[in-house]
Design a protein. Structure first.
Length: 119
């Protein structure tokens, strides 16, 4: 029985190492804010979109003026450039600077975009 447990632990380690090397679905936490607009800031209704280079919108989530949301991205070992955009119901739109995302452990899983700039 101990050999079976040892073999299972070794296999799990190899699978996890393969995912980190080859990539796959990865969840990143995206945090940031947009400057307050006119009127009630609490009622600000916006949508955060993740834009892949040459891919268009990869994922989107509803957010308020301050946000911290998980987003799914397919990430490989080579870094890919992504940009985040926020479109608000009041007509304003914002964009982040490009962010590099990779499945390698040296790249951040928590992306703090700070205050996005109006476009």
């Amino acid at each position: 029985m101990p050999k079976v447990r040892c073999a299972a632990a070794v296999m799990a380690g190899l699978v996890l190492a393969g995912c980190a090397t080859l990539g796959g679905d990865m969840i990143v936490r995206v945090s940031g804010s947009v400057p307050p607009g006119q009127g009630d800031v609490r009622a600000l209704d916006c949508e955060l979109s993740m834009l892949g280079e040459g891919e268009g919108v990869v994922s989107s989530k509803p957010v308020g003026s301050t946000f911290s949301v998980p987003m799914m991205v397919v990430a490989g070992p080579e870094p890919q450039s992504y940009q985040f955009a926020v479109e608000c119901r009041d007509g304003r739109s914002f964009a982040s600077k490009p962010v590099q995302i990779s499945s390698r452990r040296s790249y951040a899983r928590d992306l703090n975009l700070g205050e996005l700039q109006e476009r």
